[in-house]
Design a protein around this ligand. Structure first.
Ligand code: FMN
Length: 179
């Protein structure tokens, strides 16, 4: 793929907040996650796990995410990927000193970016849902509280295919060449 094609692809990836009712197959979701898990991470630590609730568990997760009228569009999501950040016992060797891995959050961001771009490549819409400090999901998914859930990704085919214009800072604010 050349850069122009890639940039056009990036321009067309957008957060989807209107999902069609068309179901997403297990294989499609698995394929998107498999591609995402090729993401790079510091010292290749891969401090993550993707959880995809299915069946009754999926319905319970949707109910939790949309409780009290929050994020109503998520009711029509066809899959939810729970992005787990596993900080337990992860250390990083800085010149012989073992310190907590300072790059785990970066790694999770890169993984999530891979995930939404993989979804786009599969023709699937996505929306990242920030999930900081919300612990109610843990018991539902049966995961320990010290495994963090920084975000969820809602997936589904877009209800319509209009591409919004990207609202981004001017290039001169985001990029400088220095001499
Ligand atoms: C870490 C993170 C958390 C986000 N959380 C939410 C969210 O809770 N709800 C939502 O509708 N969009 C959420 N978004 C999507 C952003 O609002 C969106 O990416 C941004 O406005 C740019 O729009 P675009 O993705 O369509 O290019 C989140 C994005 C990121 C990266």
């Amino acid at each position: 793929m050349d850069l122009k094609t890639l940039e056009k692809f990036f321009l067309q990836r957008q957060s989807c907040r209107d999902f069609a009712e068309t179901p997403l197959s297990h294989e499609t979701v698995e394929g998107i996650c498999r591609a995402a898990l090729l993401a790079p991470s510091a010292v290749n630590a891969q401090p993550w796990k993707l959880l995809v609730p299915e069946g009754e568990k999926f319905k319970e997760v949707i109910d939790l995410i949309t409780a009290e009228g929050r994020r109503p569009f998520v009711k029509r999501a066809q899959a939810i990927v729970v992005v787990c950040e596993d900080v337990r016992g992860r250390t990083f060797n800085f010149g012989g000193n073992h310190v907590p891995n300072p790059y785990i959050e970066n790694d999770i961001g890169i993984l999530t970016a891979h995930l939404i771009l993989a979804a786009k490549a599969a023709g699937v819409g996505s929306c990242i849902l920030g999930w900081k400090n919300e612990t109610a999901l843990h018991p539902l998914l049966g995961i320990p509280q010290d495994v963090l859930i920084p975000e969820l990704v809602a997936l589904g085919y877009p209800a319509e295919n209009t591409i919004r214009e990207k609202r981004r800072k001017p290039l001169s604010e985001g990029l400088s060449f220095l001499r």
